[in-house]
Design a protein around this ligand. Structure first.
Ligand SMILES: [Zn+2]
Length: 589
């Protein structure tokens, strides 16, 4: 028999969810956040129909891993036939704000007691983070939920390597439906030695939240969750209780580790560092990004630029820091920038100039969901929607993972899996050959026939497609492979990329090939790429030549490099050094 429902649950049963998360700007003061997509603005309006319904039916669900048969963490979304999630207790009369989203697991219909809540959200707001931005919730193995009579759709997912389970549920009053869902993998990347990571998660964390956040990343099948303490000139957000060994928490090959999105300015870009033994903040030298990176490297970590170096003028700072040999990676895949999830413009330029840059990726949770393209399912921010895989081999450990990140053995993805080898070597490897020696290049992409339907696999050298495999006309594919031979006379960089539609993409870090120890720079476009880099340095110089403000415009205005002693002189010196590097590059053959 059905146990009676708690009275409080019946009282607040409402249909309709709002996803107003995009109304919060990524805090950058004067800098505009990412423009909201049309779909997002629709989602941000409070639901009009919020009629209270009786929860006189019940749903019980068990979720296991089909292979291990053990209960497993997963993401759950329940929608009505119109695609609206069952959830949040928001009435049209209450303005959408943090408080209206505060819902403890089990306190409202649509959010079971088993939902895993982490009580801090955007900018550390205590907004009851149990509902995800799209109305989903995370559970570990099972949940029970009072349900109204009617038709619903239940979707259970666990990252990209497991097929989503979707089913229709029809409840009549008094029904108690039970479902056992065994999530099946369509690919097992850890068995191949590849482990997923999200380099960009913002969640305030004390040791108390460790097991909760670990369940969240396990529910997204993200093996390494990098939690970024974020800064600006004035303060820091998303406080992490510890860095280095103290800040790590692991269970069953899933691991949390601290990092930082700091320094972070609108003039020179947002940067990410991870793996360092402590947090680095140089408030009196905030625009001397190179000093941050030197410190991070001394503390065992790696540094790079966020947001594809597209937003917040990241390409400016990146020009200084790539030419100065200060950074390791670029966050190449993410749903934050208007140019699309895989914006390669700046990445390809630095590779063409002959610099090694590893591709990483991350969600920037709780910002940045997909949904810019019609028909896309997810419109809210989601941990692991953009992620990167690192080849660690087995067994997995943090040390092996960080070493492989440093070696550049990575690919980035928002769905497809992608492996590239050149002469048997992984992405990130350097190969030196004699002129005209034959290289064997092999790429293979894995997808899912309906959920990640592969369309094109490409091998790219110096930014040009040199080999391509397409799904048969009018069809899609779960597997695409390419074997290609090449006998270069000059050095080059070789990468692979694959797409399964406009928002399901993957790209590898390149293999770097040199001939007789000469560089792998692109001789065909070197002059043009040098000219672009010079223009970006000129943009920084123009900033420095603006008249210095007497007072910041508001108490929260970012002072800028002109507002404190030494900032301008340091940057001028760095620009001059970068220009000398470009002069040298221009003379290369
Ligand atoms: Zn950022």
């Amino acid at each position: 028999m059905n146990p009676p429902l708690p009275r409080s649950l019946v009282a607040v049963l409402l249909i309709g969810v709002t996803a107003p998360w995009s109304s919060f700007a990524h805090p950058n003061h004067a800098i505009a956040p990412f423009p909201p997509s049309p779909l997002r603005s629709v989602a941000a309006r409070p639901a009009a129909a919020t009629a209270a319904l009786k929860a006189d039916a019940r749903l019980s669900v068990e979720i296991t891993d089909a292979k291990t048969r053990a209960p497993t963490a997963a993401r759950v979304r329940i929608t009505d036939p119109n695609g609206k999630p069952l959830g949040l207790p928001i009435s049209a009369a209450i303005p959408v704000n943090d408080e209206t989203r505060l819902a403890a697991p089990g306190s409202v219909v649509g959010l079971p007691a088993e939902a895993i809540g982490v009580m801090y959200g955007q900018n550390d707001a205590a907004q009851g983070f149990a509902f995800q931005p799209d109305g989903s919730f995370y559970v570990k193995g099972r949940f029970e939920l009072p349900m109204p009579a009617g038709r619903f759709f239940l979707t259970i997912s666990k990252g990209y390597e497991f097929a989503r389970d979707q089913q229709e549920l029809v409840f009549k009053p008094g029904d108690h439906l039970t479902r056992s869902v065994a999530l099946r993998r369509w690919v097992d990347m850890p068995a191949r030695g590849w482990y997923s990571a999200d380099d960009h998660i913002h969640l305030r964390r004390s040791p108390r939240e460790n097991p909760l956040i670990l369940d969240w990343i396990a529910a997204e099948d993200v093996h390494v969750g990098v939690l970024l303490q974020m800064g600006d000139f004035w303060t820091t957000y998303f406080s992490q209780y510890g860095f280095g060994r103290r800040g790590r928490f692991a269970h069953d090959d899933f691991l949390l580790t601290s990092g930082q999105e700091e320094p972070r300015t609108g003039e020179l870009g947002h940067t990410i560092s991870l793996g360092a033994e402590s947090f680095v903040r140089l408030r009196d030298d905030y625009y001397a990004y190179d000093k941050f990176f030197d410190r991070i490297h001394a503390l065992g970590g790696v540094s790079g630029y966020a947001h594809q170096a597209m937003s917040f003028h990241g390409y400016r700072g990146m020009t200084l820091d790539v030419l100065g040999g200060k950074i390791d990676f670029l966050e190449l895949l993410q749903f934050c920038v208007p140019e699309g999830p895989l914006a390669v413009e700046h990445y390809y330029r630095f590779l063409d100039l002959g610099y090694k840059v590893t591709a990483l990726a991350g969600s920037d949770f709780p910002w940045c969901g997909r949904g810019r393209h019609p028909g896309e399912e997810q419109v809210g921010a989601q941990i692991g929607n953009a992620r990167f895989y690192t080849y660690t081999g087995n067994p997995f450990s943090f040390e092996r993972w960080l070493a492989a990140v440093k070696a550049g053995n990575t690919f980035v993805t928002s769905g497809p899996m992608l492996e590239l080898k050149v002469n048997g070597q992984l992405p990130g490897s350097a190969i030196d050959i004699a002129p005209g020696t034959k290289l064997r290049i092999s790429a293979s992409a894995h997808g899912h026939a309906t959920q990640i339907p592969l369309q094109r696999l490409q091998i790219v050298a110096h930014g040009k497609v040199i080999a391509e495999a397409q799904a048969k006309p009018g069809a899609t594919s779960a597997e695409l492979t390419l074997d290609h031979e090449l006998a270069p006379v000059h050095g080059l960089w070789i990468a692979a990329r694959v797409d399964a539609g406009p928002s399901q993409l993957a790209h590898t870090t390149p293999v770097y090939v040199t001939v007789n120890r000469d560089g792998f720079h692109n001789r065909d476009n070197l002059a043009a790429q040098v000219a672009v880099a010079r223009r970006h340095l000129d943009e920084i110089r123009a900033l420095l030549n603006q008249p210095a403000p007497n007072e910041p415009a508001s108490p929260r205005a970012i002072p800028g490099p002109l507002s404190y002693r030494g900032g301008k002189a340091w940057l001028e010196q760095r620009i001059a050094t970068a220009e000398r590097s470009l002069d040298e590059l221009s003379r290369r053959r």
